[in-house]
Design a protein around this ligand. Structure first.
Ligand code: GNR
Ligand code: NI
Length: 185
C-alpha cells in the first residue's frame, strides 16, 4: 500500500473531469486501498480519485473517520435528491478552510461496488453530504465554488499564502516521486 499525494487548491488538475471506470482489475483494487490509506492518514471522511490526480470516477468514504464504515462508490450517479440543508464542509484539497454549503441531505445513488456489481442505495445525513462533495470533485468542482465571491477571493489569497510558505520550507526529501506516490519506509 502507498500514501498518495493530495492535490491542493488552486491546482488546475483538480478541475479535470473524471472518466468512468471500465475495468475492475487489480489496478483498481490497489487504487481503492491506497485511497483509503491516504484518506485515513489525512484524517478525512471522504476522498475522490481526482484529489490524488487519478481521473477516474472512484469515491472512498468513511464517515466514522476511523475505519469503521469504509464505502466505495464507483461511477456514482445521484438519481434523486431531497431535503436541502446548510452543512459546514471542509476539504483535504483546501486546507484550513471550512464553510457552510447548501447540499441535499437525502440522496439516492446508483453506483458500482469494487467488484463492479450495481448498487442502488438511499443515503442520508453526513453520508449524503459527503457523497455530494465527492461527486463534485469528480466533475472538477470544489466546495469553495459554492461560496460567495468575497469568501472565494479570501480562500484564493489564503491558498496563495499557504502555497508560497510551503514551497519556501518544503524539504526536497518529502516530495513525492514522479508517479505522485510517497512510498512508505
Ligand atoms: O474530510 C472531509 N470532511 C468533510 C466535511 C464535511 C463535508 C465534506 C467533507 S469531505 C472531506 C474530505 C474531502 O476533501 N473529500 O473530498
Ligand atoms: Ni474534498
Amino acid at each position: 500500500m502507498a500514501l498518495l499525494q493530495i492535490l491542493a487548491y488552486p491546482d488546475a488538475r483538480l478541475r479535470t473531469r473524471a472518466q468512468p471506470v471500465r475495468q475492475f482489475d487489480a489496478d483498481l483494487a490497489r487504487l481503492i486501498d491506497d485511497m483509503f490509506e491516504t484518506m485515513y492518514a489525512a484524517r478525512g471522511i471522504g476522498l475522490a480519485a481526482t484529489q490524488v490526480n487519478v481521473h477516474l470516477q472512484v469515491v472512498a468514504i468513511d464517515i466514522s473517520g476511523k475505519g469503521e464504515a469504509p464505502e466505495v462508490f464507483i461511477n456514482p450517479q445521484i438519481v434523486a435528491r431531497r431535503r436541502l440543508g446548510k452543512v459546514e464542509e471542509s476539504c483535504l484539497s483546501v486546507p484550513g478552510v471550512s464553510d457552510f454549503v447548501k447540499r441535499h441531505t437525502v440522496v439516492r445513488v446508483h453506483a458500482l461496488d469494487r467488484a463492479g456489481a450495481p448498487v442502488d442505495r438511499e443515503v442520508d445525513g453526513m453520508l449524503a453530504v459527503c457523497l455530494g462533495h465527492e461527486i463534485d470533485h469528480l466533475r472538477g468542482r470544489l466546495f469553495v465554488d459554492h461560496l460567495g465571491l468575497v469568501k472565494r477571493l479570501w480562500v484564493r489569497l489564503r491558498a496563495a499564502r499557504i502555497g508560497s510558505a510551503r514551497r519556501a520550507s518544503a524539504p526536497a526529501a518529502a516530495s513525492p516521486d514522479a508517479t505522485g506516490i510517497i512510498s512508505r519506509a
